[in-house]
Design a protein around this ligand. Sequence first.
Ligand code: ADP
Ligand code: MG
Length: 395
Amino acid sequence: MSAGRLPGIDSLGDLSGKRVLVRADLNVPLDGDTITDDGRIRASVPTLRRLLDAGAQIVVAAHLGRPKGAPDPAYSLASVARRLGELLGRNVTFVDSHDPEAAKDDVVLLENVRFDAGETAKDEAHRAGFAAKLADGLDCYVDDAFGAVHRRHASVYDVAKILPHAAGDLVARETDVLAQLTESPRRPYVVVLGGSKVSDKLAVIDHLLPRVDGLLVGGGMCFTFLAALGHQVGRSLLEPDQIDRCRTFLDSGKVALPVDVVVAEAVANDAATSVVPVDAIPPDMMGLDIGPASVAAFSDRLQGARTVFWNGPMGVFELAPFAAGTLGVASAIAALPDALTVVGGGDSAAAVRTLGIDESRFGHISTGGGASLEYLEGKELPGLAVLAEGEGRAG
Ligand code: ADP
Ligand code: MG
């Protein structure tokens, strides 16, 4: 896609005394009301701080999970409001819905925008109506929710039709990096894909294959490729209807597959595991990680790369017996001395953090899995396209 250069916060002019609607991505994993990974809240702070430092009052809109268009306490942003206050070092006023007449506090966080069916409505008028409520009494709009830019939602898309608008610094940085991957990547350009479903990632493979020098495939999706080579994959993840498609990808000569896999009878921490060559997967076993010889081969293929995009764990990294492949490949990417390395995907970013790899060793860790993949597929992302329209000047 090409959204052009997006107008940034500077384009809004003097923000002192302005009331700014900010769409942030605060969609963090929760266990009850405990935030298990606050990465997205942290990533939102710089733009919010910048706006406050410029003298703006901010009203932050965000979603959490997938409530069904009505209030649901399980998806409340209440604990996010507390954490945001701590990280900003400011009082955050948490309210059920936007009220333009309410006391004008410096930082207001609105309850989950998806509690209103208008946020995600397919019906344009319904969505536009909710967007108008969000925009009421506010001067301009800043979109910093990269993880939501692939959604045609009221707080992402329709509000930008109403208010002067700009991209926040996080959205600007994410799109700059993705533009580097799509426009003129330094070569060799190697893409590493894993994760659970091939069908999720076929479109991105289709689009990337002609543009990359190598594609390394691990994770649950490698078994459909291995089946395309004629191997038996036992009880591993397999998408039989995608085998033909995988065969055409293999014809490109650019795809590297694992040579060995870690197999077990069950996806369990205490399962007995063994490492087998990919042409000897026992019929009653599941492949749950790539093996050590594959890690070595993939690391080798990565040497000398100047651009690397990685999406999708190499195995079931959540369980220790199946984490070595992801740790090995991620470490090899992190160690590349002279490469732009980009991690995209919620589980891949979580793997980096939970496996203890220093995040700063990657060039960029995207906050938006779906959004970054759709960008790389070459799709137009509604939330970016709408920011590129118009001048984005505050009235
Ligand atoms: P991301 O969120 O980074 O895009 P995905 O959502 O595509 O990644 O895939 C992540 C999931 O894939 C993880 O939960 C992981 O356990 C699973 N996975 C990886 N390898 C396998 C495998 N061999 N068998 C089953 N699941 C796998
Ligand atoms: Mg995922």
